[in-house]
Design a protein around this ligand. Sequence first.
Ligand SMILES: Nc1ncnc2c1ncn2[C@@H]1O[C@H](COP(=O)(O)OP(=O)(O)OP(=O)(O)O)[C@@H](O)[C@H]1O
Ligand SMILES: [Mg+2]
Length: 322
Amino acid sequence: MPSGTENHLGDTILRVEDLHKRYGKDEVLKGVSLELRRGETKVVIGPSGTGKSTLLRCINQLSVPDKGRVWLDDVEITHARTNINHVRAQIGFVFQDFNLFNHLTALQNVSLGLIRVKKMRRDAALERARKELARVGLEAKAGAYPAELSGGQKQRLAIGVALINNPELVFLDEPTTGLDPQARRNIWAIVSGLTASGKTVILTTHYMEEAEALSQMVCIMDHGKVIAQGSPRELTSKLSQETIVEFLAPDGASFSPALAERCTITRGEGGLVSVKTSDLVGTLGGLLDWSRSSGEPLAEMTVRQPNLEDVFLSLTGRRLRS
Ligand SMILES: Nc1ncnc2c1ncn2[C@@H]1O[C@H](COP(=O)(O)OP(=O)(O)OP(=O)(O)O)[C@@H](O)[C@H]1O
Ligand SMILES: [Mg+2]
C-alpha cells in the first residue's frame, strides 16, 4: 500500500534483477532485486559486511556481477554493448571512502570532471564548482586540500564532486558513518534537498534512525539478500500489534516461564533487555512481579512503538549494530 509521500513519484528509473556476486568462496550478493522510481529516496540498510557497497558497485559495473541484470531507464547497464562511461556520467556516486584527490584543493576536486570530461572552459568550470561548494556549505574551504578538512567536510566535498554534473540519480554509500551528530545532520539536510529537488537517491547506512529520517522507501539487507522492502511505516506496521518495553538488567537475570509466554524477550548490549509484546498490561504486570521478587529495579524502562531496528530484530533475531 503506497504511503502519501510516494504519490508524486514517477516511472521506474532503475531496475535491478537477481544480482549475484561472489568474491572467492564468499557469495556476497545472493540474488538482489529492487526497483527505484524517479524522485524516490531509497535507503538500503543492513549490518556491516552485508553487501551494500557491493550492490552499488555492481549496479554501475565498478564491480562486475556474476549474474543478474540492471536497467537505467530502458538501457540495460549489464549488456556487453552498453557504453558504461555514458551510464556512469548519469549517476553521481559518493563513495564510502570519499574517493577524493588528495593533491588537489576542494575547488580543483569539484571542477576536475567539468574540465577533463565535459571539456568545459576553465573559468566557467571554476565558477560552477564554486556554486557547488556553496551548496554543500564549503565556500570558505575552496583552497583547502582534503587532508585539511574534517570528516564531515570531506563527505560534503565528495557530495559536491558527485553532484557537479547534475546527475538525476545519486548513490550515497554510508555518507554519515563515523560523523558526529551535527555533521550527520548537515548531510541529512543535503540529502533532503536532493529529494526535494526531484533527484532519485539510493543511500546506504547502518543507522536505522537515518533510514527513518530520510527515506520514502527502505530496503533491508542481510547476508547478501533483501529481506524486507517498503516504506518505514509499512515495515513497522507489520509489528503494529506489538509494543516494545526496554530496560536494563544484569546479564545473568532470568525471567519466569509465565512471563516469557506473554512476550518475546531479547538481550542486547550493555544489559539492555528488549521485550516485545501484544499484551502490554499483562507483560507490565509480569515485569513488576519479576522486579519485586528479584529486586531488579527495571532501570531506565521505556515503552515505545516498534521501529525499523525492531523489524530487523524480528526478521533476523539480531540487532543491526551487534
Ligand atoms: N573487492 C573485494 N574483494 C574481496 N572481498 C570483497 C571485496 N569487496 C567486498 N568484499 C567482501 O564482501 C562482503 C560485503 O562487503 P561490502 O563492502 O559490500 O559490505 P557493506 O554492507 O557495504 O559493509 P559496510 O557496512 O561495512 O560498508 C564483505 O565480506 C567484504 O569483505
Ligand atoms: Mg559499505
